[in-house]
Design a protein around this ligand. Sequence first.
Ligand code: COA
Ligand code: ZN
Length: 300
Amino acid sequence: MNREQVVINEVGPRDGLQTQARTLTVEQRLQLIQALMAANLRHLEVGSFVSPKAVPQMANTDQLLARLPRDGEAEFSVLVPNIKGFELAAAAGASVVAVVVSATETMNQRNINMSLGETLDTARAIIGLGHERGVRVQAYLSVAFECPFEGRVPAEVIRDQADQLMGWGADELVIADTIGAADPAAVRGLMNTLVETHGAARLACHFHDTRAMGLANVFAAIESGVRRFDSSIGGLGGCPFAPGAKGNVATEDVVMMCEQMGLATGIDMPALLRAVDLVSELTGSAQGGRAHYWLSNNAA
Ligand code: COA
Ligand code: ZN
């Protein structure tokens, strides 16, 4: 029997590394991506085209892209905050970009120095440019449950913004709980409505594990029909501009849960655990969700 598929988008090389005290070289970032590809990850967010003064860890993403395979085996995305970022990414050969709209006024100001209105206009323009140039655009709705500055974000606000981004033709809409404040009931409530309105094919979720509900939130979204998830190797991650944001839900934990529940991820777990060890070594701090310890000590 063919098992139902869950698609994992590995964001460790971007969301994970952008907050690390140690800035990795292009060579080390490449080494990590190769280890992740060896674990059969085929969707990876590899960097961002942002100001190197704002996020030095992501400088030289153009050099990294130039060294990644172009044979179509894997899909590499890069985050772009503005039109300049889109142009730089396109010039560097990016085929997928992630544009981030924060749901609240203050979060946009703190993250990219734009108002919410300007950010939405920018997202619309980037979706249009993507269509013209054959670049896939993933639209992120960040702080979709709670903003570190403005508090809880009403589900109606997210539904309206989601309608706009989908209406402009975003190839994918990613609902992001940037600071890890969502809970399974809130996730199910929001994702049920979004799946009903837009279908699950173009929807994805991005959860952080700040309050230990990351995996429960993934499960709630699965129950709502979502089959695409961002996660980060070793649970690495966070946003430098969102106080309190901790790591993403760990890829190895999501893979273990999905596989145990009978959903197929296509990921090679032993190779994934080796990538967790590598990222710990490269960042100089021990990383790991819960699966790593358990599987390392119990797997046959
Ligand atoms: N990539 C690289 N450099 C960029 C850029 C981009 N996408 N956009 C603007 N810049 C440069 C400008 O050329 C200018 O450079 P200069 O000082 O050498 O002349 C400088 O950044 C300031 O440009 P400005 O348009 O005034 O931007 P800003 O100061 O308002 O900053 C961002 C806006 C988006 C560039 C900046 O806030 C940023 O990079 N934030 C990072 C967001 C992020 O990664 N968040 C985490 C993930 S969601
Ligand atoms: Zn994130």
